[in-house]
Design a protein around this ligand. Sequence first.
Ligand code: NAD
Length: 300
Amino acid sequence: MKIGFIGLGNMGSLMARSLLKAGHSLTIYDLSQHAMQLVVDAGGEAAVSPRVAVKDAECVVTMLPASSHVRSVLTGPEGILAGVAPGVAIIDSSTIDPASVKEFASLAAAQGNLFVDAPVSGGTGGAAAGTLTFMVGGGSGTFAKVKPVLEAMGKNIVHCGEVGTGQIAKICNNLVLGITMAGVSEAMSLGAALGIDPKTLSGILNTSTGRCWSSDTYNPYPGVMQAAPAAKGYAGGFGTDLMLKDLGLATDAARSVRQPVYMGALAQQLYQTSSALGDGRLDFSSVIRLYLRPAAADAR
Ligand code: NAD
């Protein structure tokens, strides 16, 4: 298939590579030349705008930071809707609010295009391995149409319901993730301060009831897991500012239905503090730096 792909950051660049590996041809666009070059080196063709990237596309994928970016890439004068042929499906894999998704779907429908929200879980590791989970919101006909494209990037493709429901699933997942990462950070720092070896404590957590993805795959304590961002100075991965955005999406959505999110609101404040202290672009597991004693935290 000819696919137009917009947004080639930590996640998009790896997802684009999976599509190329599966034999699709890709025309790509990102504001960053550097980000585009990495995918051009893997076989993608660079375009000068989203409009040009999707001109001959049979399917379009976007992977952008937040709603405002999706809005400009979709509706701007050089945007997707200005260039895409009628009938083509647009898959937005960014994590954004469900209300904006519904608005984007109606704008797409008004000119004869299909639109699905298909946010992902699995992180950069899942994106690199092509094993992401996709949470898809859209009509069942549209789901059937986009599924083969998503299968080239993920192994668990779930139809959640109508447009917007993929984002509901994603926001709830990241609410749990933000809270568990803060919890594991708190426990690992406490254990270290009390005198247990962090690797021993990590091993115990991962064979005990405290086990979760934040502890068994992505432990935030430096030096415990070689493949985790904590071992690379928290570079790459999933940015603190993106987690802060997702917890904001969860608390906003909760307010709209008057549903309490006590733990989520506290976690939001932790990531906000971390961002205010200058760690916004680091991986979100760097939230542990709020807890570590100076010697272990590499002194701010
Ligand atoms: P990122 O910041 O690494 O990448 C975003 C890319 O979009 C950048 O390359 C940027 O240059 C590009 N961009 C921004 N505005 C643009 C525009 N107007 N036109 C073209 N390109 C533009 O973000 P990421 O980590 O890849 O995350 C993307 C989305 O996926 C976010 O919504 C995030 O919440 C979600 N997500 C991320 C992860 C993760 O582990 N990183 C996991 C699941 C979901």
